[in-house]
Design a protein around this ligand. Sequence first.
Ligand code: FAD
Length: 544
Amino acid sequence: GKKVLIVGGVAGGASTAARVRRLDESAEIIMFEKGPHVSFSNCSLPYHLSGIVEDSEKLVIMRPDVFKSRYNIEARVHHEVVRINRDAKTVTVKNWLTDTTYEESYDTLVLSPGAAPIRPNLEGIDQSHVFTVRNVGDIENIASFVKQNGVKDIAVIGGGFIGVEVAENLRLANYNVSLVEFANQIMTPFDYDMAQILHKEMLDHGVYLIVDDGLAKIGDEFIETNKGKRIAAQAVVLAIGVRPETSLAKDAGLEIGETGAIKVDSNYVTSDKNIYAVGDAIEVYHRLLHKPTRLALAGPAQKQARAAADHMYGIPNRNQGVIGSSSIHLFDLNAASTGLNVKTAELAGLHVDSVYLMPGDKVGLMPNSNPMHFKLVFEIPTGRILGAQAIGKGNVDKRIDVIATMIMMNGTLDDLKDLELTYSPMLGTAKDVVNHAALVGLNILHGVYKEVKVSEVRKLVENNAFIIDARERNEYNGGHLLNAINIPLSEFRDRLGEIPKDKSVYIHCRSGQRSYNMVMALQHLGYENVYNISGSYLGINLFE
Ligand code: FAD
């Protein structure tokens, strides 16, 4: 049979090995992993810090002896592939257990070496209380260090998925946690307005969140930021991003793409036809941006692994490109996103608009009904759906998965408006959040009414704009925008005299539903410059 060697034994590597075995019982399959474990759940690592995954052994899904007995796959741990010898079709392997080096030949080689955490060159970075998170050993090290050294304050650097999950889990374990993010928001898949909800969730749970500021140096019991903040930290976790592991490929003269990751064709073949590459180390094709990108996620890595193995055995695979779908759980919230947000779409020169609404995730009178913040991004004038973001206590992932499906099928707002979804009051609403978003989107696309984004409200208030608060009096009295005039939807027909026709009028309520009705009514009554405030009071509240 064919001899297949695989570099890296986790998401991409182990998936490739398993698929090759299913396609070819006679293949000789050897998987090299430089670390002590193959097939562990990278994505579950942070949950060991809170004790949600109490036993770190549980993070390891399958051991080498099981790979051997069940699948006849040889998983060699503590074995690092240090060189690819393309002419000889061999790899040079360092066995760290015996400190010896040997060569192993291949017919086909698969690279799935992943991506390594970035370590910036900063003062104090090499101290023993500075950690990164990539594998089981890393997370065990953090957990035991903070326990054994009586650590109270921990600084997490970087507000991406890993940083946010690490901060959350350390906070759940009752440490004083600071999170420092260089950009003006955490979690870049979300637009700035949606990210405010996540910021608030972190602050409400006692995470000291610092955005718009970077790590400058690390002392022995503190860190210092670029803007001169000094924050107590007896432990520091760096999570400022990952760098694709390309050194093996580079040294072997394999082509590297414009994003700095390994270049592959649509079948995950590198510039050498006997070598495949998958996972975090490669660049992939962005279906919506029509250009190469990097996407360090487990789902795509597994799909690429299967496609690469299939290609080895002549099974065709249509490369659909990626759109970038992800989700995260943060304290009491779930958050998910797919496709493009407004920021990336505009940067790419696309002509887009978006709607931001917060309908109930279930029928309001049911227990556990909560507002869901939902933002839908679409192209103008086609109405093609390009992306969505959802945050709430309920099933945001279900909604975002529907949108991801729509994007993959080139769906438009019209398709989404009519999409027939399930409904039962304990689970959702008759007009699901995603249907609702499509209706609002179509209103905007067709110019049925005008709106301003929640991010523009501060300017309106400063400029003394005419803002109507359409909520009931008791709601208004409980807190309202400076200078907003309270004209409840239930009263406005008797109070039209207070609403000017020669001025722009901006209307909000709690969630956008009542203000939408007032906007429509005023338009029918001949008002030409009425605007609904998209995001309404729930959204405004998040913009301090
Ligand atoms: P990896 O799974 O990283 O595997 C690569 C392996 O190759 C490593 O174990 C490495 O030691 C080994 N290796 C490298 N070079 C060599 C060599 N020369 N010789 C031998 N072995 C080598 N993704 C999601 O979709 N959702 C999540 O919630 C999520 N959470 C995450 C949380 C954390 C803390 C981390 C670290 C990642 C998370 N990810 C998540 C990302 C996901 O884990 C990766 O996208 C995925 O594991 C990539 O698979 P891979 O095979 O390319 O690389």
